[in-house]
Design a protein around this ligand. Structure first.
Ligand SMILES: [Zn+2]
Length: 424
């Protein structure tokens, strides 16, 4: 299909089917583009046909992502109203079903959670989708509780991604498995809601399908939003990327050769150490990050890969467990160091060699988390990760634990990609 059509509502997180391009003629069962008629599996709805709740304001999932204008995952802002009087007063969370859908969790969980936290009776009606909590509670109060639900039961504890599956272990423990980084988050079983979840386990497949739809909807939305100049930028990058990865191959060959050559072998680590030292001293001075780029340029006598390696080693020397957190903390350095075309590949190679080093096993375990964090910050892009991974699997260091550990993240990227292609 033409990419001018999105099968989903433009508002991310909203899974309602819709047609957005004004030139398209639609009926309830098909879209006509020129003389071609497309019949979607589910009848398309125009925005006007959407239920009220779909037209509501959206917000990012997870309080920590509140200010990120480009955050991918969104949910509707909560709407509530009080019903009844006196002892019978109840709070109705009007759009709880839509919120729960955006979170990939049953609406009964959020309803029950509110009840548990407020010490009030609660009821979710599966048939009508009505969520009621006894007593009068403000929207702000309930929205704050929803945030704590998201933190405990939705977001990956490792990378913060809201795309997780609830897994109930044989020992009746509740885990969240992250679709992006593979991290398993162990939910605190002292929380009251856990009892309810164990009694009402999520339907395993349906949830992940919803989340896939959520991601696909978001992908479509992003696609639409990107203007033609974005395409131009990509083409330009592609050309440069080719040039840079060829260069990298050469370097690798050279590095490999040096391993067999005794003299060079002694020279190279020395020089690398010197470069790391130089980088450390620079960082110690505490110059503004904006000047890092200039400093890197001043080292142009060295191969660019060595410079990136040195920066990476200087920033993360001795870091093992907690590697991903450190990377997030120091992301601004990496942003500054990846402004040139081709530098993303250099950074990926630096991560690979850093994690592949002897004694850095703990860091290697977090490599998927690190990539996910860098991906979320737009420091590295999908195409580069996939290329790097493919090369790595067949390259000199194909036995490195990095490839095994990074696999869930790569698969996550690919699944989003193949799904949006299926739609085309
Ligand atoms: Zn994660």
């Amino acid at each position: 299909m033409s990419d001018k059509i999105s099968p989903f509502c433009f508002r991310s997180g909203c899974l309602a089917s819709t047609v957005l391009h004004p030139e398209l003629r639609t009926t309830s069962s098909s879209i006509t583009i020129g003389s071609r008629i497309f019949k979607p599996e589910t009848p398309l709805k125009t925005v006007a046909q959407l239920p009220e709740t779909h037209k509501m304001a959206m917000q990012n999932i997870g309080a920590s992502n509140r200010d990120d204008a480009f955050y991918r995952y969104k949910m509707p802002k909560m709407l509530t109203k009080t019903e009844g009087k006196g002892n019978g007063i109840k709070t109705n969370i009007v759009n709880n079903v839509d919120i729960a859908k955006a979170l990939g969790r049953p609406a009964s969980y959020t309803t029950k959670y509110f009840g548990c936290e407020l010490g009030a009776q609660s009821k979710f009606d599966e048939k009508t989708g009505t969520s009621l909590v006894n007593g009068a509670h403000s929207t702000a109060k309930l929205a704050a509780l929803l945030e704590s639900f998201i933190k405990r039961y939705v977001q990956c504890y490792g990378c913060g991604n809201p795309e997780t599956d609830i897994i109930i272990t044989k020992a009746q423990l509740i885990n969240l498995k992250c679709a992006a980084c593979g991290f398993i988050s162990a939910v605190d079983m002292r929380d009251k809601l856990t009892t309810f979840i164990l009694k009402n386990p999520p339907e395993s497949k349906k949830g992940s399908k919803d989340k896939k739809a959520m991601r696909r909807a978001e992908k479509e939305r992003l696609k639409e939003g990107e203007a033609a100049d974005e395409e131009q930028r990509k083409l330009k990058k592609e050309a440069k990327k080719k040039a840079s990865s060829n260069g990298k191959e050469e370097e690798k060959k050279a590095a490999h050769k040096s391993k067999t050559n005794g003299d060079v072998k002694a020279e190279k680590p020395k020089e690398e150490k010197k470069l790391v030292q130089e980088m450390k001293e620079y960082l110690k001075k505490g110059s503004p990050i904006s000047e890092l780029k200039t400093f890197i340029s001043s080292l142009s006598a060295h191969p660019p890969q060595d410079v990136m390696d040195a920066l990476f080693n200087a920033l993360f020397d001795g870091v093992g467990k907690g590697f991903a957190k450190e990377v997030t903390k120091k992301k601004n350095y990496l942003v500054a160091a990846t402004q040139e075309d081709g530098s993303q590949m250099l950074l990926l190679s630096s991560i690979e060699s850093f994690c592949g080093k002897n004694g850095n096993g703990e860091a290697a375990k977090e490599v998927a988390l690190v990539l996910k964090a860098l991906y979320d910050e737009d420091i590295i892009e999908e195409d580069f990760v996939l290329e790097w991974y493919q090369k790595g699997l067949t390259g000199v260091d194909k036995s490195s634990p990095v490839w095994k550990n990074v696999k869930p993240f790569v698969e996550w990227l690919q699944s989003a990609e193949s799904e949006s292609e299926e739609e085309d």
